[in-house]
Design a protein around this ligand. Structure first.
Ligand code: PEP
Ligand code: CO
Length: 428
């Protein structure tokens, strides 16, 4: 499902042959480490924060944009760790989130019917027939943009950018620092650090470096396969284009190619679970993807929408609980809450996003389970794509700075506010 038709098979093969020879973006040890951290999150000892663009675009591979996303994720993880009292596992939708599943093969742009934009990995966003044609050369471009992004992320996280002693380095130009609760949290964190260091209880370097992992949707199978490598030490295949991959709501057919591909990987796998998933389907999927019931292997990412989660989640949750499987449950409060504004822009309301999250925490609690993570579309930039939040963005404000190539994202301020609200929910 969702695979483009490339006009020239030999051009496609030439690109794939090159990709197969290029170095991996991540190494198996990192993938294994993430799996063990996710296993701890599944056991309730950590919390997963997964977030980033709906669709990364090549043109946004800039230091400002990459730093902005890292900053907002770091700020959020401070809020979550401090308020929620759990260490956070940070996973970006970044350095490879270039392919989009679409519900319809065409879309109307400026009054014209064009082939749908499927992400920079596949075709271009421009309103032009030629640009919208699937181009295999984009896979190489995606690889190099992903590696440039990841290189910058690695340099920043290893080079003191993430140092908890210097959170001012994460100040966003748009001023998320203005969220008053964030200021107070930083003061508390600083006091606690001073105290611990005075006691000699923490090593400085532990606070100066952090783990940061990458993820994207495993959608375009030729690309994913070309970045899949046999690892002798583990006697297993790893996708070394990202630490973890997820399968989307539109491509998780039991007998589909995406599940067949993903089940052969050693990476931790995310599975989007929306209103169309029955308990039988979900259990069969889990059996396919995780026959060994390995902790950390599966993250189930529910995405029902605020209006549907109350009815849809409990039967799935109970079915999985009955199997005793050690899955990590996460909540994507974005993809079930899309609406169209009066002005015709795709948007989501902060209140609906919050409501789905609240309900998810509560449903898990009522059923003796726990929500162990969130999956959010966000950016560090001061965009106006989602309504609501303390800035009070209305539908009329959306046109001011609507930049997304696909779905509407929370901006920096909205993301940080959401993190404080999530931290409260984590405490119960
Ligand atoms: C996404 O995460 O961008 C996405 C398309 O999600 P879903 O498959 O849940 O609709
Ligand atoms: Co999206």
């Amino acid at each position: 499902m969702q695979q483009p038709d490339y006009a020239d098979p030999s051009e496609l093969e030439a690109v794939l042959a090159r990709l197969r020879r290029l170095p991996p973006l991540v190494v198996p040890q990192e993938v294994d480490r993430l799996r063990s951290l996710l296993a701890e999150a599944a056991a309730g000892r950590r919390f997963l924060l997964q977030g980033g663009d709906c669709a990364e675009q090549f043109k946004d591979c800039t230091p400002e944009s990459i730093e902005g996303k890292l900053r907002v994720l770091l700020q959020m993880s401070v809020a979550l760790t401090h308020g929620g009292r759990k260490p956070v596992v940070r996973v970006g939708r970044i350095a490879g989130q270039f392919a989009k599943p679409r519900s319809k093969p065409t879309e109307t742009v400026g009054g014209r019917d064009l082939p749908s934009y499927r992400g920079d990995l596949i075709n271009g966003l421009g309103a032009d027939e030629v640009v919208r044609r699937p181009d295999p050369g984009r896979m190489l471009e995606a690889y190099f943009h992903a590696s440039a992004t990841l290189n910058h992320l690695r340099a920043l996280t290893a080079g003191g950018f993430a140092d908890l002693h210097h959170p001012e380095r994460w100040e966003l130009p748009g001023g998320t620092g203005q969220v008053p609760e964030y200021r107070r949290t930083l003061d508390h964190v600083r006091e606690s650090l001073d105290f611990l260091e005075a006691l000699g209880g923490v090593q400085r370097d532990v606070l100066e470096r952090i783990d940061f992992f990458t993820s994207h949707e495993a959608l375009l199978l030729p690309y994913e396969e070309a970045l899949t490598r046999w690892v002798d030490d583990a006697s297993a295949y790893y996708n070394l284009g990202a630490h973890t991959l997820w399968v989307g709501e539109r491509t998780r057919q039991l007998d589909g190619a995406h599940i067949e591909y993903l089940r052969g990987l050693r990476n931790p796998i995310g599975v989007k679970v929306g209103p169309s998933a029955s308990p039988e389907h979900l259990l069969a999927l889990l059996e396919h993807l995780d026959p060994g019931r390995e902790p950390g292997r599966i993250t189930l990412i529910s995405r029902f929408g605020a209006a549907k989660i109350q009815a849809a989640l409990p039967p799935l949750l109970k079915a999985v609980q009955d199997t005793g499987r050690p899955v990590l449950w996460s909540c994507d409060p974005m993809h079930g809450n899309g609406i169209e504004s009066a002005g015709g822009l795709k948007t989501r309301d902060f209140g609906a996003i919050l409501s789905e999250l609240r309900q998810a925490f509560e449903i898990h609690r009522t059923h003796g389970s726990h929500l162990g993570g969130v999956h959010i579309e966000l950016t560090g930039e001061a965009v106006t794509e989602c309504t609501g939040g303390s800035e009070g963005l209305s539908e009329a404000d959306l046109a001011k700075s609507y930049e997304t190539g696909c779905d509407p994202r929370l901006n920096g301020t909205q993301s940080l506010e959401m993190a404080f609200l999530i931290a409260e929910m984590m405490r119960g």
